[in-house]
Design a binder for this molecule. Sequence first.
Ligand code: ATP
Length: 391
Amino acid sequence: MTAAESIVRLEGVSKRFDEITAVQRLDLAIARGEFFVLLGPSGCGKSTTLRLIAGLETVSEGRVWIAGRDVTQDPPAARQISMVFQSYALFPHLNVAENVIFGLRVRRVPNAARREKLAHVLDLVGLAGLERRKPAELSGGQRQRVALARAIVADHPLCLMDEPLSNLDAKLRGEMRHEIRALQRRLDMTVIYVTHDQVEAMSMADRILLLRDGRIEQLGRPAELYEHPASAFAAGFVGSPPMSLIPLEALRAAGAARSLAGLPDAALLGLRPEALRVVPRGAGLVRGRVATLDYLGADTVLGVNVSGQHFVVRISGYSPVTEDDEVELDWPAEAAHLFDRATGERLSPPLAETSGGSEALPASPAPARRHLGPSELVGDTVPRRHITKGG
Ligand code: ATP
């Protein structure tokens, strides 16, 4: 990305609060028109990064550029940004219309232009007709729409959002996700959006920056994070239900020895729930017992205990397997991820690219793969001495 294409650029930005380093030497460029999500667990530095861009915090080191200008020393008002917070930050004594145009009044935008902008933006966010209501007379979703309208009407090139949907219930959050994304595309806004919710990040972002302890864990498109997680941490954080991360030595102990030939013990095998299959007896790589079963309608999620290791398996629709059944599991070679057990880093090249045959891979060859039919239910009928085909 050239300097002209980026609207925000961070160069070696760090932020320290006494002995706590909240953000560590962050280098980052965000493109114009991008929906950019800062994702990570509580305390990883997402809000601090956003506040450094906004100018609500001063940097300890490094430089912040917005629209080609070094704004490192500029106050928030000089940075040409609008903000939407989790708390809505509305004036309780002002009605919807007054809250939305408050900034335009301060900027002395003429009356007629204010009225026109107000009507347009209330229409955009679905609040037309509610102009005279006070915030206390609105639902949480409507209040957040007022905050959005205020951010849009400001007409700034950059909008920063800090967990804007956290106070809403799950159904409304889903609706507002789509509305915000549609508005951002329609208005060609650049949005930097903070969330700890990976579903929000995956469904809204053009790119995600996954932060951990103030550092970049991974930066990429949602599909890149999902399909090529850079670390065991990224693999476990993105995706629900989460990826199973199994030490290879435990898998050997579980009987999959032959199929793991050539792979280091000090590695973690990562498998997405949808990559794992319950297969007919004799066709699996490992055998375990169903410890948990969550029927979700479209899917059933199984927790399978294999010699003390927890595999999460997603089955489409209704599962013929029930709790406490013995099952055999299989997975395709190309779906397997491998991470260094000590550092958590992805071992490169990825497993699928090292494929010299199924013997060297923790998976069965493709032709052997098929779904389990109801009549092939393993259950307790499988002789326990038969562990796996590799064992
Ligand atoms: P959350 O999702 O819980 O809001 P976050 O990822 O946004 O977390 P930050 O709020 O950026 O995390 O905080 C990063 C680190 O900096 C944390 O350890 C936090 O305690 C610390 N921190 C943030 N603001 C301050 C402050 N004003 N004074 C001291 N420490 C702070």
